[in-house]
Ligand binder design. Structure first.
Ligand code: NAD
Length: 252
């Protein structure tokens, strides 16, 4: 089940945390994985870890918000791997130097980065691989989103939520367009993940855990396993959906 042998996957922002877990699991299921990150050293480290497990991963450092750089790097990786990307996981979504402020304190020039990354960055990756998927009659697009796209939260992240909810709407329409070509597109709306322990004070983590029925933060390998399902042949009937992956949290 969920055997991805013979497929080529592109995972954006896969140089650490959630994306790293996704890239490793897709490779374990047999896919050749293009490990993208803005930072070459991060992408190379994950590609090396995939190779150490006896699987196939190649590093591709580029900025997904730059469509020319994305196209050039993806075409080069495809030439190296000898095929077209037919699995795309748009995971990059936390902009460098993320600004955490209430909207009333944000300057207009601070609005753009999370929207550029979450909307145009994701669309750039899709644009670059979509013809190959549709022409071959098979493709899987998984969009990593957040519960914050559909709930109001007082966490100083209005622009991040704008980017996430914008791309969710795009993906639902895309799924409706591409189903006829055998190309599915789904959204995984994540709850709080393990790597937040490095970013937040322990008392904040404790507070978050009280909202999560399973009593722990999300695990990148578990997220990867869910993506492997959505990327599989067996998931061909699942498209246009937003799936919460959040340990059962009702607050998302
Ligand atoms: N961590 C959480 O609790 C959480 C919760 C909900 C949703 N998410 C979503 O999960 C995804 C991964 O989050 P994370 O916490 O693992 O992020 P992270 O910041 O730990 O890692 C993301 C990686 O993306 C790379 N990146 C950033 N901008 C890029 C660009 N323009 N082009 C290519 N790579 C770029 C970064 O260099 C980094 O290595 C994001 O879409 C995020 O919104 C995370």
């Amino acid at each position: 089940m969920f055997n991805l042998t013979g497929h080529i996957a592109l995972v954006s922002g896969a140089g650490q945390s959630v994306g790293e877990g996704i890239a490793k699991v897709l490779a374990r299921q047999g896919a050749s994985v293009i490990v993208n990150d803005l930072h070459a050293d991060r992408a190379e480290k994950v590609a090396a870890a995939i190779a150490e497990e006896g699987n196939r991963g190649i590093a591709a450092a580029f900025d997904v918000t730059d469509i020319d750089a994305t196209a050039e790097a993806v075409r080069a990786a495809e030439a190296e791997l000898g095929g077209h990307v037919d699995i795309l996981v748009n995971n990059a979504g936390v902009a460098e130097g993320r600004v955490i402020k209430p909207f009333r304190d944000l300057a207009p020039e601070e609005w753009r980065a999370p929207i550029d990354l979450n909307i145009f960055g994701a669309m750039n990756c899709i644009k670059v691989v979509l013809d190959g998927m549709c022409d071959n009659g098979w493709g899987r697009i998984v969009q990593i989103s957040s519960g914050s796209a559909r709930t109001g939260q007082n966490i100083n992240q209005t622009m991040y939520a704008t980017g996430k909810s914008g791309i969710e709407g795009f993906i639902r329409h895309l799924a409706a367009e591409t189903g006829q070509y055998g190309v599915t597109a789904n959204i995984v709306a994540l709850g709080h993940q393990k790597n937040l322990e490095d970013k937040m004070p322990p008392e904040m983590i404790e507070r978050i855990l009280t909202q999560i029925p399973i009593g722990r933060l999300g695990d990148p390998i578990e997220v990867g396993a869910f993506c492997a399902y959505l990327a599989s042949h067996e998931a061909g009937g699942m498209t246009g959906q937003t799936l919460d992956f959040n340990g059962g949290s009702q607050t998302r």
